[in-house]
Ligand binder design. Sequence first.
Ligand code: 8IG
Length: 277
Amino acid sequence: MTDDSPALNDPATDPMEVARAAAAVIAERTGAPRHAIALVLGSGWGQAADLIGETQAVVDNEDVPGFARAAVEGHSGQMRSVAIGDTGRRALVFGTRTHYYEGRGIRAVVHGVRTAAAAGCGAIVLTNGCGGLRPEWSPGTPVLISDHINLTADSPIEGANFVDLTDLYSPRLREVARSVDPSLDEGVYVQFRGPHYETPAEVQMAKRIGGDLVGMSTSLEAIAARQAGLEVLGISLVTNPAAGISPTPLDHEEVLAAGRAAAERCGSLLASVVAQI
Ligand code: 8IG
């Protein structure tokens, strides 16, 4: 966070106001008064941005009110303004996210989403790396998020704001993604707090309550996005079978490797989807 930005977690601070301040800095630094679509690149999705279009500007997170440096290895602590083909429209690409488990507060977790809305975006693509509960999803398989189960017991929404979450993950945008890649499966994403991975018993619980994917992000961001009026597309990259689904233990290096291997498929999927949103 920049020194002169109001502390995001101060109860007297309006997080929407920090988002507007962030959007103003982004507009100034990128030369784009508005962005059309935002993307958040999770584990394994880092290389995908290059395929979306030509980068027009790169801004360090530290220079934007309310943002901090990347805390996860393999994530980039920068945001980029990328041209969407020759449409004259821009995509705002966040190279990293703040995770709930970092303990920086839930406002920090959803600050990118709110900033995207303040920057003019009408849609956001939330990507992540996650564990898969279906054995047929080998590492490197992208899966559309059809719905989520939020096991953080927290909400980014403050006050008595009863936001409807029916069809949170836009059926229209999922249809766009499937028109690009008809082989895409979809599943229910279960957000755990992390940062530890699940026990095999917790993975079985996730399965019995209707989950297909387990991870540590996305759900809280999707809720904030709906509150901000954004259309949401969620795409998970299954980078590993969830604990107990495969006999070998989980390893972050395996996660990064699956991402590198799937980069081209994921990148071209994102590029085509962004062009059609
Ligand atoms: I990458 O198996 C990645 N992120 N909770 N479980 C959870 N998060 C993850 C996993 C996983 N893999």
